[in-house]
Design a protein around this ligand. Structure first.
Ligand code: ADP
Length: 582
C-alpha cells in the first residue's frame, strides 16, 4: 500500500501570512466593536437606573452617551470613520468628566476609569508596532482622570440630588465598575495566554521545519554523494578504460542530480522569501512547447512510454512569457510523469481557450497513464518536502519540492496547478495561463561559438579563487583553450599580480574570498586598471537584481559555478573583443 512517507514529519508551512496571525488587527478591531456594545449596554442600564432613582439629568446624559456610542459604531460599520477605538475612549472620558461636573465625586462614577484602562491593551494591539497609539490612549485616560478629580474637588455639583440617591448610585457604580474590571482583566489574561501559546507553537514550527529541512536535505544529498564516493573508489581500483567511461558518466549524473537539488532548495528559499521574479521575453508558444517535449521524446525513445504533444494550431503565435520558469514547470511535471509511468503514454496538451488582439488564454494538461496518486495524497504533494512512497516500484528520489515550486511559480503567473488522478490509472496535471500577445519578433538567438582547443591561446588570464579544487578545474579548462593562467587565492594577491603585470586580458574574480572579497577587489582593480574586464565567478544563483548589483560594483559580467567550459570560453571571448574567433 502506498503511504505518505513519514520520515519528513509534517509539511512545511512557511506561509508569511501565518506570521501575522498573532497581530491580527481584524481581531482587535472586532474586540473594539465588542467593547463599544458592552459600554452601550452598561450605559443603557445606568441610564435606566438613574431614571428609576429619580436622577433624570444624569439619566439623560447617559442616554446621550449611549446614542453617541451607537452612532460611532454605525459610522464605523459603514466605514465612514477610520478609528472606532479612539472615538469610544474619547466618549467614555467625556461622559465621566460630564458626570463628575453634574454629580461631583460622591457617586463614585470615576471608578469606571479602571475597567476603561484595562480595556486599552485588549483593543489596542500593544505588541504590534503602532507608533504612539497606545501612549495616546493612556495619556487621554490619565488626563481625563486627573480632570475628574480636580473638578470633583473644586467645582460644586450642578445637579441637586439627595444623600440617599447618591448612596444608591455610588453602590451600583462601585459594583458595576468592579465587575467590569474583573471581567476585562480575565479577558486580558485569556488573550495574553493565547498569544504566548501561539508564540510557543510558532517557534516549535520553526524548529520542526529546520529539523525537517536538514533531515530531508541530508538524506537527499547523501544519496548521490554516496554514489560519487563509491565510484571514485572503483576508479582507483580498476584500470579498464571502458569501465572508466561508464564510471565518469555515473559521476556526471550524480553531480547533476546534486546540483538540481541544490538549485531546488535555492529556488524554494527564493520563493518563500518572496524574491522570485518573472522575466518575460517574446517566444513562439507552439515552438516553445515542442522544444520542451523534445528531450523527453529522446529520453523515452527506447521505453514502453510514448511522449505525445497535442499543441493547438492557434498557439503558433508570439507571446510574452518567462520561458525559463515555464520550462521549469513543464519539465518538472513531465519528468515526474515519465518517472511514474511504466507503460502507455505521457501527453502534453495545450489548447487555446480564448484569444483576442491583446491576449490569449491557454489551457495546459500533462496527462500520463502511470501509477496515479491516491486521493488522500493529492493535496499533500503540493506541500514542500512531501513525497509518496510507492512500494515495490522505486526508491524515493528528489526533495519533494518540485511540485511546490511549480505551484508557486504558477501562482506568480496568476495560475494554479490542479490534479486529477486515480490510483493505478494515471494522473492529469493542468493549469491555465493568459499571455499577452507580442507584436515584435524575438531577437534571433546568436549561435554559440564553439570553443576549440587553442581558442583562447593569445590570452593571459588572472584567476582569483580561494577554493583549490575550483581553481584547478577552472585553470584546466582555461589552459585547455590555450590561455595562460595566473592564479591568486584572494583579492589582495590578485591586486599584487596586477601590480606586477597590468596587461591581463581578463580577470576572473571569485566573490567569496578571504582577506579581500571579490566586491572589494573589483573596486580596487577598476580604480587602477579601468580597462581590464573583470568577470565575477560565483556559486550564487544570480537573478536580475544581483546581476545589476554586480554590474554596478564594476564587474563586466558573471560566470556561474559550476560552469560549463563552453560558457566560460564564450563569456571570455565576449569581453576580450579582438580575440573573438581566433
Ligand atoms: P520530487 O521533486 O521529489 O519529484 P515533486 O514535488 O515533484 O517531488 O513530487 C512529489 C511527489 O508526487 C512525488 O514523489 C511522487 O510521489 C508524486 N507524483 C508527482 N507526479 C506524479 C505522477 N505523474 N504520477 C505519480 N506520482 C506523482
Amino acid at each position: 500500500m502506498d503511504k505518505i512517507t513519514d520520515k519528513y514529519h509534517q509539511p512545511v508551512n512557511t506561509d508569511p501570512k501565518r506570521q501575522d496571525l498573532l497581530f491580527d488587527l481584524k481581531e482587535v478591531s472586532k474586540r473594539t466593536y465588542q467593547l463599544g456594545l458592552s459600554a452601550l449596554s452598561l450605559g443603557v442600564f445606568l441610564s435606566v437606573y438613574d431614571a428609576f432613582i429619580g436622577m433624570y439629568v444624569s439619566s439623560f446624559l447617559l442616554a446621550c452617551f449611549c446614542l453617541a456610542i451607537l452612532m460611532f459604531v454605525v459610522l464605523k460599520w459603514q466605514d465612514a470613520i477610520k478609528d472606532l477605538t479612539i472615538s469610544i475612549f474619547s466618549v467614555i472620558c467625556g461622559l465621566l468628566i460630564c458626570l463628575v461636573l453634574l454629580e461631583g465625586l460622591q457617586t463614585d462614577q470615576y471608578l469606571y476609569f479602571f475597567p476603561a484602562l484595562i480595556a486599552v491593551p485588549l483593543v489596542v494591539d500593544l505588541k504590534h508596532k503602532q507608533g504612539k497609539k497606545p501612549g495616546i490612549f493612556v495619556g487621554i485616560m490619565i488626563f481625563a482622570f486627573v480632570a475628574c478629580i480636580v473638578i470633583g474637588n473644586y467645582v460644586p455639583p450642578l445637579a441637586d440630588f439627595t444623600a440617599g440617591q447618591s448612596a444608591r448610585l455610588a453602590l451600583v457604580n462601585r459594583f458595576t465598575a468592579l465587575g467590569s474590571t474583573i471581567v476585562l482583566a480575565a479577558l486580558y489574561t485569556f488573550f495574553e495566554k493565547k498569544y504566548i501559546e501561539e508564540i510557543v507553537s510558532q517557534s516549535d514550527r520553526v524548529i520542526n521545519t529546520k529539523t525537517q529541512f536538514l533531515a530531508t536535505m541530508g538524506h537527499e544529498l547523501r544519496t548521490p554523494l554516496n554514489g560519487i564516493i563509491g565510484i571514485v573508489n572503483l576508479l582507483k581500483q580498476e584500470n579498464s578504460a571502458t569501465r572508466q567511461a561508464e564510471y565518469i558518466s555515473i559521476l556526471q549524473s550524480s553531480a547533476d542530480h546534486m546540483l538540481q537539488q541544490v538549485n531546488d532548495i535555492l529556488d524554494f528559499n527564493k520563493i518563500e522569501a518572496g524574491k522570485l521574479e518573472l522575466h518575460p521575453i517574446t517566444i513562439n508558444l507552439s515552438n516553445f512547447l515542442l522544444n520542451v517535449c523534445l528531450p523527453f521524446k529522446v529520453l523515452s525513445a527506447n521505453s514502453n512510454v510514448e511522449v505525445l504533444a497535442d499543441i493547438d494550431r492557434q498557439l503558433d503565435i508570439l507571446v510574452l512569457a518567462d520561458d525559463m520558469r515555464l520550462t521549469q514547470v513543464l519539465n518538472n511535471i513531465f519528468a515526474n510523469a515519465l518517472k511514474f509511468t511504466g507503460n502507455g503514454y505521457v501527453k502534453l496538451k495545450a489548447t487555446c481557450l480564448k484569444k483576442n488582439d491583446k491576449q490569449i488564454a491557454v489551457d495546459f494538461v500533462i496527462e500520463d497513464t502511470g501509477i496515479g496518486i491516491d486521493k488522500a495524497d493529492q493535496e499533500k504533494i503540493f506541500e514542500g518536502f512531501w513525497q509518496v512512497y510507492h512500494e515495490g516500484t522505486r526508491e524515493l528520489t528528489g526533495t519533494g519540492l518540485g511540485l511546490t515550486i511549480c505551484n508557486r511559480i504558477l501562482q506568480l503567473m496568476g495560475a494554479k496547478l490542479s490534479l486529477e488522478s486515480e490510483k493505478g490509472r494515471g494522473s492529469k496535471f493542468s493549469f491555465g495561463l493568459t499571455f499577452n500577445i507580442a507584436h515584435v519578433a524575438p531577437l534571433p538567438i546568436p549561435l554559440k561559438p564553439v570553443a576549440d582547443n587553442g581558442d583562447l591561446k593569445l590570452l593571459r588570464v588572472l584567476l582569483a579563487e580561494d577554493n583549490k579544487i575550483n581553481m584547478m578545474v577552472a585553470k584546466k579548462a582555461l589552459t585547455s583553450f590555450g590561455a595562460t593562467v595566473d592564479a591568486a587565492y584572494d583579492g589582495v594577491e590578485a591586486l599584487a599580480r596586477l601590480e606586477d603585470f597590468p596587461h591581463y586580458d581578463i580577470v576572473l574574480l571569485d566573490l567569496e574570498m578571504p582577506v579581500m572579497n571579490g566586491y572589494e577587489a573589483v573596486f580596487e582593480i577598476k580604480k587602477k586598471y579601468p580597462l581590464v574586464p573583470v568577470i565575477a565567478f560565483t556559486a550564487s544563483l544570480v537573478d536580475q537584481k544581483m546581476l545589476a548589483d554586480l554590474l554596478a560594483s564594476g564587474f563586466n559580467d558573471c560566470i556561474l559555478k559550476p560552469f560549463n567550459p563552453q560558457q566560460l570560453s564564450t563569456v571570455i571571448k565576449k569581453h576580450t573583443g579582438v580575440k573573438e574567433g581566433v
